[in-house]
Design a protein around this ligand. Structure first.
Ligand SMILES: [Zn+2]
Length: 250
């Protein structure tokens, strides 16, 4: 049976229109949290998920699992717990995962979206870096959702865990990858929860952003400072700088 494929998200993370995208893509400019964000996951859950709490507990478990971003090799890069999202506001410094979409931004083929525009610049010139301070997530309630905790099987429902692991990837600074099977691939079929488990490509993206931060003893096997490069995703810092044939990792 062929299932329709839906597009995940907007939030400033469309596929690059130019150049060949061959692997993970960092948001541009490359940006990171200064310490692992603590997401508040909407304790109302989603009404179409018929497990104990509308998928909320399952979503918390999925996004903090070692099968997801925290298992990439860069230590704990995201925390989450269930809570009230009553104070939901974009850019307020409190990252929330909303099982509804009060913004109305995620419609049509959008399953869920992450607002990635909230970061600040530190330093200037070669020393500048960008720090994320908020990255809220909204969910399209026009679709039926399921979780691994449902016991009625899955039919034309989208997996709430996998989709939100993908969105958290945006929240941590990743864009879309064209690697089929990667969590950060831009689309997913109904009843497919495989994005809840990250691929090597996804892990490489997190290592590029957080692998040299020392958070969990992770090590980044991408370019180190001074190594030649041609793209940001070749550098542990996520920063390939310079001109022409004379670019190097910062
Ligand atoms: Zn996406």
């Amino acid at each position: 049976m062929k299932m329709p494929t839906k597009i995940y998200a907007l939030g400033g993370c469309l596929l690059l229109a130019s150049g060949v995208v061959s692997a993970f893509v960092l948001l541009n400019p490359a940006r990171t949290w200064s310490s692992a964000p603590s997401y508040i996951v909407d304790d109302r859950g989603n009404s179409t998920v018929t497990d104990n709490d509308g998928g909320a507990t399952r979503t918390v478990a999925a996004i903090t699992s070692n099968q997801a971003w925290n298992g990439a090799g860069a230590g704990t890069v995201v925390n989450a717990q269930k809570g009230s999202i009553d104070g939901f506001a974009l850019g307020d410094g409190t990252p929330m995962l909303n099982f509804e979409d009060p913004t109305g931004a995620c419609d049509g083929n959008c399953l869920a979206a992450t607002f990635t525009g909230y970061y600040t610049q530190t330093g200037r010139g070669r020393n500048r870096s960008y720090t994320i301070f908020d990255a809220d997530i909204v969910t399209n309630t026009a679709y039926d959702w399921t979780s691994e905790g449902e016991n009625d099987g899955c039919s034309n429902e989208f997996s709430i865990e996998g989709v939100h692991v993908h969105e958290i990837g945006h929240g941590l600074g990743l864009g879309h990858s064209n690697v089929s099977g990667a969590t950060m691939f831009p689309s997913v079929s109904a009843c497919n929860n495989s994005p809840a488990t990250i691929s090597q490509d996804d892990a490489d993206g997190i290592l590029a952003l957080y692998g040299d931060s020392g958070g969990g003893g992770g090590s980044c096997d991408l370019g180190q400072a001074g190594d030649s490069c041609t793209a940001n995703n070749q550098c542990c810092s996520g920063k390939c700088r310079g001109k022409g044939g004379n670019q190097s990792c910062r």
